[in-house]
Design a protein around this ligand. Structure first.
Ligand code: 3PG
Length: 371
């Protein structure tokens, strides 16, 4: 895998980053992915590049599928970058051709283009081919996706790994997590179940609720929300035998956090966190563990009153003397917000699904093609 060249003077660089962020009421929350991407953009500027940044936010059809306009505003807190409300149209072409050394532009959400999901010599490749000198992948967290901006550019353009992608691979090479306790949360159940096997799993977040329902239990309003939002997947019961599910949940009643034991479900309230009984139960398991991998938050961390579960679980992990790995964009933001020093964990990664597959021994298409 090639590293970033030292001199990029007069070169048009196509930089793929991951700034996929937490969204609260339509507002993009500033997180570590945005800060890290700004660092890479600044590095490219130092090397005199003309930088064209491509990235995604959410998935088509989901509520977090947004334009990158707000991301540009947040990036501008750390670097100067212009948002271009276009991807492969005339507007984008003019902006790219007009770029000067040390200038950067951010194009709109690449997932707005259907061809992002049809990798190959498609319209996206054909648009950038005459414009771009070099492609840089600094989005380890998207390297598990067979999407144009990840797997096709390296096939057609001169390409190399970005600084954070390289750093992540170096850190992960040193990690061996056998006999590990998995604390799996977040909202991507089909990623999480890849880790199901002999190891114990403490399920939380939307994932914990999905496991709970698959154990044959009822949640009520939250169950309808999970199914409507396509967060729900069917998991065979035999796969759930090593999976612990929450014993209580926190809901919002009149703007207050109220905890309800699972015996009192189905309920008309939506769930936003695990409750203190679950925290206590999971913290005891964490205390005994030799190695721990946590992916995804335990609750809705965009809301202060529902950070409690995630912060408490992170605190318990930070006190364990074994190796710990923290993964996922939202969870790494939660580490930052919790005030717990990153040094208390073995490694904090901004990747979720990609990290999980890497650890499960799968080859990541985005890395393979860079080799
Ligand atoms: C992530 O948040 O894990 C990455 O941005 C990839 O997002 P995706 O799961 O929607 O492909």
């Amino acid at each position: 895998m090639k590293s970033l060249p030292n001199n990029l003077k007069n070169k048009i660089v196509l930089l793929r980053v991951d700034i996929n962020s937490d969204i609260k009421n339509g507002k993009v929350i500033l997180g570590e992915r945005i800060k890290q991407s700004a660092e890479t953009i600044n590095l490219l500027k130092k090397r005199k590049a003309k930088t064209v940044v491509i990235a995604h936010q959410g998935r088509p059809g989901k509520s977090d599928f947004l334009s990158l306009k707000q991301h540009a505003k947040l990036l501008n807190k750390f670097t100067k970058i212009k948002f271009v409300d276009d991807i492969i149209g005339k507007k984008a072409e003019i902006e790219i051709k007009n770029l000067k050394n040390r200038e950067a532009i951010l194009l709109d959400n690449i997932r707005k283009l259907k061809d992002e999901f049809n990798p190959g010599n498609n319209k996206i490749i054909k648009f950038f081919a005459p414009l771009v000198d070099i492609y840089i992948n600094d989005a380890f967290s998207v390297c598990h996706r067979k999407q144009t901006s990840i797997v096709s550019f390296p096939k057609y353009f001169k390409s190399c790994a970005g600084p954070f992608l390289e750093k992540e691979i170096d850190a992960l090479k040193k990690i061996k997590i056998k006999n590990c306790l998995y604390v799996l949360g977040g909202a991507k159940p089909s990623d999480n179940i890849k880790l199901f096997g002999k190891n114990k799993v403490l399920a939380c977040g939307l994932f914990g609720q999905v496991c709970f329902i698959n154990k044959g239990k009822k949640l009520g309003q939250q169950e309808r929300y999970l199914k409507k939002g396509k967060y729900f997947i069917k998991i065979p019961k035999n796969k759930l035998k090593n999976v612990e599910t929450p014993v209580d949940f926190a809901v919002r009643i009149n703007s207050k956090r109220i905890e309800i034991p699972v015996e009192n479900f189905p309920s008309k309230y939506k769930i936003f966190d695990i409750g203190r009984l679950t925290i206590k139960k999971y913290a005891e398991e964490i205390k005994k563990a030799k190695a721990i991998y946590m992916k995804g938050p335990a609750g809705d961390c965009a809301d202060k009153i529902f950070c409690k579960g995630t912060f408490a679980i992170l605190r318990a992990i930070s006190k364990n003397n074994g190796f710990s790995l923290i993964g996922g964009g939202h969870l790494s933001d939660a580490v930052e917000a919790s005030g717990i020093s990153k040094k208390k964990f073995g490694h904090v990664s901004l990747s979720g699904g990609a990290l999980l597959r890497y650890l499960a021994g799968e080859k990541l298409p985005g890395l393979e093609v860079l080799k």
